[in-house]
Write a protein that binds this ligand. Sequence first.
Ligand code: NDP
Length: 532
Amino acid sequence: MASSGRGRVDQAVPLVSSTRLDSLTDRLTASGSTTREITAPATGEPLGTIPESTPKDVAEAVSTAREVQAGWADVPVGTRAQLIEQFADRVLDRREEFLDVLQAETGKSRQTALEELLDIQSTCEYVAANGPATIAEESRSPAIRWLSTATVTYEPVGVVGVISPWNYPLNLAMVDAIPALLAGNAVVLKPDEKTPYGALLLAELLEAAGLPEGLFQVVAGDGETVGGALIDHVGYVSFTGGTETGRKVAERAGRNLIDCSLELGGNNPLIVLDDADIEQAARGAVGACFPNMGQLCLSAERLYVEKSVYEAFVEAFISETEKLTLGVEHSFNSDLGSLIDEAQLTTVAAHVDDACTRGATVRTGGRARPDVGPYCYEPTILTDVASDSRVACEETFGPVVSVTPVDSEAEAIERANDSPYGLNASVWTGETARGERVARQIECGTVCVNDGFAVGWSATDAPMGGVGESGIGRRHGPEGIRRYTEPRTIAVSRVGPLGLPDRLPTSWVMAGFVGVTRLRRRMKRAIRSVRE
Ligand code: NDP
């Protein structure tokens, strides 16, 4: 068994001071006497203590947010867009602190933390540039042309609840919160209980950028209690997390008759076709599988490779993976950091053990690295994985992937689709048209050709989300902004009440209606045939 992921033990994060972290907690709406200790994954040591919110706190936070939201909705949308750009500037101004806090509470590499910062920039840029036009009122075809009008306005839903996860705690919170704010809503965020500090820093930066106090609030605590209470009070909920929790969120939102978007897990396939550039595919697969230690909903976990290039791909993939460096330091020297906690480490190790018990071969990695950090694990490539093993069927959410040979393109597509999930897929080929043809047959919300996921996720104008057990709803693009609005139709009659003329016999009216309808359809068909 080869060993990959050279360990580096320099300055273990965190560097951020406990006084600073304590000062951030002042922003929490939390009156309860219960507190929670937050752990730094890089060291396993306590990072700080935060007070927990009660359901009453959640109700109060939403009520205050609702009061502030009324004034915010009256602010011209162009001004709201400018304030969002100013927020993006503030994040850049405070980039070092942003990265410090993020690394401290997640244990991720500084490189991955930087990607979160950049992603917030592109979210803000897209939303500020395109949001105003996306929610501008529009004329629609009226009931009777010239005699009536139909106008649609996009009204904010009021207060949006965002429930965010720990893996990308800042950009996954902001990708949902920023479009909600642009659309004239207030936001109450419940971050994962493991990662509250970055959320509080964002609240500070939003206010520093000029957004009204109270418009963006943070509540903290256990998901069932605090997250559940939030769903009971808001007008819309955006959730990112696991599939089973997503079902509970959807049930509760359904009981309250509010809409929701759910971005859940994935067991994403990556296909290497026989005409792919193998060196490029191997490098690309590393970028598709291991960012953030594989704790990424879009990362690939199941690789299917056409037989004629299988051995060459596996060798190149192992070689590229073994170049990755593992470390919990405060610099850009390491590619990969720590897993989030002991539970995640246990899951990762259990998935590898289960695969091995069923006959899998560990080609690289396959071991924990407590010498680097208490929850560190080497990037791991498995082959000969039984189709009923956990890595094949479940989301590992860690740095573990399986590579399986397939006889044909058709088999690769069939194996890729053999999953209850459908979030993201990746196809590698030397021929773009072939890649697009394969992509159209894969049952996922996004399929990337000759890239893992970045080319899809970074296309901020294109919707992003899952099918099946990967969720419902879309973020990004116009879809990701309009979800936070209630369309209102304003219809005007220019001739008084519409209805059948009551001074003429009904048989005449009916004959007239049939005649006009037939004439109209004939004209439409004639115009269509001339155009074709
Ligand atoms: P969860 O789905 O439990 O947590 C996500 C968020 O939901 C957290 O803020 C959590 O709060 C909150 N939450 C938990 N229960 C409820 C509830 N009943 N009502 C409302 N909100 C709730 O994810 P886990 O951290 O437990 O991870 C489990 C698995 O989910 C991972 O192993 C991975 O497979 C997947 N996952 C997918 C993510 C993605 O990006 N799609 C992100 C994270 C996880 P709290 O934790 O504070 O209790």
